[in-house]
Design a protein around this ligand. Structure first.
Ligand SMILES: [Zn+2]
Length: 285
């Protein structure tokens, strides 16, 4: 029956076309970047970022944040790659990730965390963005893969400097979509739970930050512009967490977190609860 045959061909064609278009939308270029290439790109960006921001080098802080990050990374499929967690001395409440397993946490954000699981919540969220290659996808959308390669392999220094200035100025590499955020929350909470941390730490921190944003709109502009935080997001992740099987002994807090925080921020820090006071980065507001 020819009609049926044409109908089948028609639907197959439609399917192919839809397939191609969703491929393009979801960043088909991403598949063209190997993890090794992505890690090289990320290292190249990280080198540039470290020239432009104030990275904390104190060995205790560096060791603490990296062991904490590793406990989450071990729950992911990219556990064998060399992730790196760095602290930027800046009073902004912010955190971001770039390709290649580089996660940046601002001292201003550490200041706002009251327990270790709150800090882990933010880190797990950033790690989930990294595992799902969200920032890499955004970079490929912004540049074509070939252009990106030439920028990051040193063949276009002015474009490289512009990209670095964009990241450092904005405090993020990519504005994430709602779906990316939901995925990073859900996965991040699950990694926390798997690593033995209480995933509610993530929810508690988000609630605190959202309340602060409602009190003083714009105060958290940088964090909110890259990771739009809404009541709906908090509800979604709380629901996901409620479905995890009960697990005794989940960690909310550990003494070393407070040693780290005191050491990093200085026992006599005069900054207020929300970072009000003198310090690098305040002038950006
Ligand atoms: Zn995010």
């Amino acid at each position: 029956m020819p009609f049926l045959k044409y109908l089948v061909i028609f639907f197959v064609l439609i399917g192919v076309l839809l397939g191609v278009s969703t491929d393009v939308q979801s960043g088909r270029g991403l598949n063209a970047v190997s993890i090794q290439q992505e890690w090289r790109f990320g290292d190249r960006l990280a080198q540039g970022i470290s020239r432009k921001v104030n990275i904390v080098t104190d060995p205790f802080s560096v060791a603490y944040i990296n062991q904490l990050g590793q406990r989450i990374v071990q729950q992911t499929e990219l556990r064998n790659l060399p992730w790196q967690f760095q602290i930027i001395r800046d009073n902004d409440i912010n955190a971001f990730n770039i390709p290649g397993g580089h996660v940046y946490i601002y001292t201003g954000l550490v200041q706002e965390t009251d327990t270790e699981s709150e800090l882990v919540g933010v880190m797990a969220h950033e790690i989930a963005h990294g595992v799902k290659r969200h920032a890499t996808e955004a970079l490929i959308r912004q540049y074509q893969l070939r252009t990106l390669g030439s920028i990051l392999l040193g063949r276009n220094p002015p474009a490289y400097e512009r990209l670095l200035a964009q990241i450092v100025g904005a405090g993020y590499l990519a504005k994430h979509s709602r779906d990316d955020e939901r995925e990073a929350d859900r996965l991040g909470a699950y990694y926390m739970y798997q690593a033995g941390f209480d995933p509610n730490g993530m929810v508690i921190f988000f609630q605190k930050i959202l309340a602060e944003e409602n009190r003083q709109p714009g105060r958290l502009a940088r964090l909110f512009s890259s990771h739009p935080l809404t009541q709906e997001r908090i509800r979604n992740v709380s629901y996901e967490i409620s479905r995890f099987p009960p697990k005794p002994g989940l960690i909310t807090d550990e003494p070393q977190f407070h040693t780290f925080k005191n050491n990093l921020l200085g026992r006599g820090a005069t900054y207020g609860r929300w970072g009000i006071g003198p310090g690098p980065g305040r002038s950006r507001y």
